[in-house]
Design a protein around this ligand. Structure first.
Ligand code: SF4
Length: 217
């Protein structure tokens, strides 16, 4: 039984891939060194976007971008969803769903006359099944709980801004998705909380697993 009270989207994602990896990462709290270059580009774009949306002067930061990074940032600035009305960015939100606390950090939250848009910038690959990705399900559920009766689910949207392919993947929330997400999130949180074995998956993904060198699962 774990003592973790707050769940973030990466937790059920990791658990679904391999419960033993979940144990190593979130219960034993073992972190493995990562190649920083993998994340550098994404981190820079996220930081720049945040400063830009907050109205800060980013001239010097822009001058230090590589050609590729400049191109990516231009794509983002010209994106139709990024140009909507700003609400907040790098926005930490949490909400209680039954027995579980759900947490998330939105890249940006925008709105127009009727709708809210949670933005997520992707400099790498976008999720394969975006409608049922835990990030989508968590963030829309959190925002829906947070806004409460002020808005109907149909006016909430999640937008993956795929900067690699210059396209938007938009998930429009609605009442039936709301129910389905609540069910799916509650089920997986319950499963994690009640797990005492955390069995190892042992499949082809082990070859790419960051824990493969220390895994005795
Ligand atoms: S190496 Fe395989 S079994 Fe071990 S934690 Fe990673 S995915 Fe799970």
């Amino acid at each position: 039984m774990t003592n973790i009270e707050m769940y973030y989207p990466n937790m059920p994602k990791t658990y679904s891939n391999c419960p033993f990896m979940y144990k190593l990462k979130y219960i034993d709290k073992i972190t493995m060194p990562q190649l920083s270059s993998w994340f550098e580009k994404g981190k820079k774009i996220h930081a720049l976007a945040n400063f830009y949306l907050k109205g800060q002067d980013i001239t010097k930061l822009e001058q230090n971008l590589t050609y590729e990074e400049k191109e990516i940032f231009e794509k983002l600035k010209n994106n139709v969803y990024f140009q909507k009305e700003y609400v907040n960015s790098e926005y930490n939100l949490s909400a209680k769903l039954g027995n579980y606390w759900l947490g998330g950090r939105f890249d940006a939250l925008m709105k127009d006359e009727n709708d809210y848009y949670i933005l997520d910038y992707k400099t790498g690959s976008a999720p394969k099944n975006p409608e049922y990705d835990f990030q989508t399900m968590f963030y829309l559920t959190i925002l829906n709980i947070f806004l409460g009766d002020k808005i109907v689910p149909e006016n909430l949207n999640f937008v993956y801004i795929d900067l690699k392919n210059n396209q938007n993947i938009v998930i429009n929330f609605n009442s039936s998705l709301k129910e389905e997400y609540v069910q799916r999130i509650s089920n997986v949180c319950k499963k994690i909380k009640e797990d005492t074995i955390f069995s190892a998956k042992q499949d082809e993904r082990c070859a790419f697993c960051e824990y493969s060198k220390i895994c005795r699962g």
